[in-house]
Design a protein around this ligand. Sequence first.
Ligand code: HEM
Length: 383
Amino acid sequence: MKPGDIDLSDPDVFANGFPHDYSDMLRARDPVSWNESRAVSADQLVEQRGFYSVTRHADVVEVSRNPEVYSSAKGGVQILDRDEEALQHVRAMLLSMDPPEHVDYRRLVNRGFTPRQVEALRPRIQSAAATIIEDVVDRGEAEFVTEIAMHLPMLLICELMGVPAADRQKIFDWSNQLVGHELAEQKRREPDETLISQYANGEVDGQVTTEMQLNNFFVLLAIAGNETTRNATSHAVRLLHENPDQKALLLSDTDRYLPGAIDEVLRCCPPVMNFRRTLTQPATLNGVNLVEGDKVVMWYPSANRDESVWTDVHRFDITRDSTKHVTFGIGEHFCLGVGLAKMQLHCILEQILKRMPNITVVDESVLLRSNLVAGINTMNVRW
Ligand code: HEM
């Protein structure tokens, strides 16, 4: 295998998970590697350009920490190129803003993600996790994704946004942007401690946030916090199933090993596989000269197995220090939901280990066809 053999923009390349053989080779031989664009989707009116794949840990850090050079706004954060109109919408989301705008918006929502706020949610999340498992435990089998993994993240987002119980069904209906609208109205009339209230009543540059910005934040949270945590939960159970020695160790002292095990799951299987940046000016990255407009794509699963940071990188080892993983990004856009994501994973895995310690995966999991989200669609389990 040599650089250029695989097109990392092609979702079919990920049919059996992330192509580690290929990225191991790139890290060693061509860490900032040109990827010719071959994939074109049917409805794309925009010509797709090639990009540089960034596969080493240090280079992912360098790109993420320098938003003035490596912009999230210029071309968005996804591999696919979009037309200017689509980009305007994308740029209204926190994830695709650059400083100084990004700094102002982030300050606004930061308050909803302080350790104190996270801790305040713990009792709710703990009891919800217990109920989710209680509801299925007597059956001895389940489809893990829809019956177990997806519930907690969804509940948490609703809790964060202060969505009343009666409206929760609506969250599933993405075409109904009214949810954000009605909520904003209500929170402006009766402000409270919820994140959405702070956002609805906050100001950036003296301007009250608009409906459009609110809707965007709502959608961002739902996407950023939902699929990611759900897939991390499924990956955790699958990795423990595949590594019985590590599972036995974890069961021997769950309180001691669970935090490390969660970080090791996140290192081995980052639920978001890449984000993109676009050059605002010429720069040199690991010896490769880049020009304005060039597109770079950071591959988190590769950076997380960089031999200069960890040894025996492909081994799932819950006792190692995995905390340098870049699964949540790093720098300017470092994930706001880290504390919440880890807390949810802790609560649900604690329940699973306690109440279904012999849980096993019974057949091949069905993976999501995507080059962005490392997703598990279906995973049958028995205990
Ligand atoms: C395992 C679960 C999660 C993973 C793997 C994950 C991953 C990421 C990554 C990689 C970024 C950085 C994007 C970049 O550098 O361009 C990010 C940003 C973000 N995440 Fe998460 N995330 C997770 C859970 C959550 C949760 C639970 C929430 C909220 C409830 C959340 C909210 C956000 C937000 C708002 C941003 C944007 C921050 C900014 O642009 O300043 N995430 N996430």
